[in-house]
Design a protein around this ligand. Structure first.
Ligand SMILES: O=C(O)[C@H](O)CO
Length: 441
């Protein structure tokens, strides 16, 4: 050992680049902020906090608890609820394929997402049968989280699963926001937009809802099974026409939307919001704050992904002169209008677009940008999102890839795989929309 006490091999280590080290440290910090956001959205804890304030209803004589959990957080919510129930309990838990989490004694369906599949249709039939069998002494508990719209397809008579799949695929590629999409989806469903309540009546329904929708509108989350719909058939038609989707839709869907409006009153329900995106943004900001100055932007990041990228880039420019390291945090959900045929998701595309904008006007200090879905799955890919930095585009060009062409083809997953910028978490078992973190070193 030399006198300094450092081991000899320390002297043989290759010279390191301080900028590269700084970027690596920033990426680690961004990832820690994101992990804190996901932890804050733990569905079991969120449900426990809510149950401490809103005790569960008690079944009448001989009555049962009928539990229906649907969404990406359904297993975790089911696991948290079932031990609280005594007496006779029947439970169905519907979550996405690949979410292998246990759900206690519930009957579990792992269904297709974001495009509905046969397992989802089978699950929807099981839920309908359970609700139709509910009596006045039964108590129905709904555990609702994001993803529920696609996971539980229950088209009205005359509309097939294939028709519903075609509608869903068209909506997903349209660039419409989730409120507009779900206004349409719930008009083509027996369970959404309050249909669940009609089926459960006369049994009272208590719902606990984990929100993945910006603004937490209960009517939009999982297309609002236990609340009134967002709109009418006429409004759904108008949305589809203005998005240029109407003419290409299956005839059965157009016929259904041209039918009479359902104006019958909904049975009442007790709905409780147990958590959402704002809490996770707060948690990310808190996790970053010991080491950096932090600004959490209260205005959510929504709308088209290229407009959102321009907003992030403007913030990057505005704060370029900030003294000391700085973190900017957003929450929200952007939309992508698909024009290419590549593979990607809104978070990956946002991170790549920000890197492309910053590459055109480089900054004199290191930066990293993370955009991730708290569910761990961005679009139909295995990534939660991505963490780009000032070297992302140069890395791509160095290996002969063309970032602009990849973006034009909505091929962000390929680009970010090549630049080694993917954010990989696996399914997180929760879902409170997206979190973005911009760090200036
Ligand atoms: O399922 C859905 O509709 C979305 O995740 C929004 O909740």
């Amino acid at each position: 050992m030399p006198r300094s006490g450092k081991p000899r091999y320390w002297w043989r280590k290759p010279a390191r680049s301080p900028v590269r080290d700084r970027i690596a440290a920033l990426k680690e910090a961004a990832r820690a902020g994101f992990d804190a956001a996901v932890r804050r959205a733990d569905p079991g804890r969120a449900l426990a906090r809510c149950l401490a304030q809103h005790p569960l209803p008690v079944p009448g004589p001989g009555g049962r608890f009928l539990v229906v959990a649907v969404g990406k957080a359904a297993p975790a919510m089911t696991r948290a609820l079932l031990p609280q129930l005594t007496g006779r309990v029947e439970a169905i838990c519907v979550t996405q394929t690949g979410n292998e989490e246990a759900a206690g004694s519930a009957r579990v369906f792992r269904a297709g997402h974001p495009v509905p599949d046969h397992t989802g249709a089978e699950a929807a039939q099981a839920v309908i049968a359970l609700l139709e069998g509910a009596g006045p002494d039964d108590r129905v508990i709904a555990l609702i989280s994001g993803g529920g719209s696609a996971l539980l397809p229950a088209p009205p008579p005359g509309v097939t699963l294939a028709d519903k799949q075609a509608l869903n695929a068209a909506l997903l590629a349209s660039g419409l926001d989730i409120v507009a999409m779900n206004l349409v989806r719930q008009q083509i469903s027996q369970l959404k937009g309050g249909g669940f309540l009609r089926l459960a009546a006369p049994a009272p329904v208590t719902a606990f809802v984990l929100s993945d929708v910006v603004g937490d509108d209960l009517r939009a989350i999982a297309s609002g099974p236990t609340v009134a719909p967002l709109g009418t058939r006429a409004e759904a038609r108008a949305i589809l026409q203005s998005a240029d989707l109407w003419d290409a839709l299956p005839a059965s869907i157009r016929n259904h939307l041209q039918g009479p409006e359902d104006r019958s009153p909904l049975p009442p329900a007790s709905n409780h919001l147990i958590g959402g995106n704002a809490h996770s943004v707060e948690a990310a900001a808190k996790a970053l704050s010991p080491d950096l100055s932090v600004i959490a932007d209260p205005a959510p990041l929504t709308g088209d992904v290229s407009t959102a990228a321009a907003r992030i880039f403007t913030a990057l420019q505005q704060h370029r002169g900030h003294e000391g390291p700085l973190a900017l945090v957003w929450g929200g959900e952007t939309t992508v209008r698909l024009t290419g045929h590549g593979l990607g998701g809104r978070n990956q595309e946002l991170a790549l677009r920000v890197a492309a904008l910053a590459d055109a006007r480089p900054l004199a200090r290191p930066w990293v940008f993370l955009s991730g879905g708290t569910d761990g799955r961005d679009g139909p890919t295995d990534a939660a999102g991505a963490i780009t930095d000032q070297n992302s585009l140069p890395r791509l060009r160095k290996i002969g890839a063309d970032p602009e062409a990849l973006l034009a083809n909505n091929d962000s997953h390929r680009a970010l795989t090549l630049s080694r910028d993917l954010l990989l978490t696996g399914a997180t078992g929760t879902n409170v929309a997206d979190v973005q973190i911009l760090l200036l070193g």
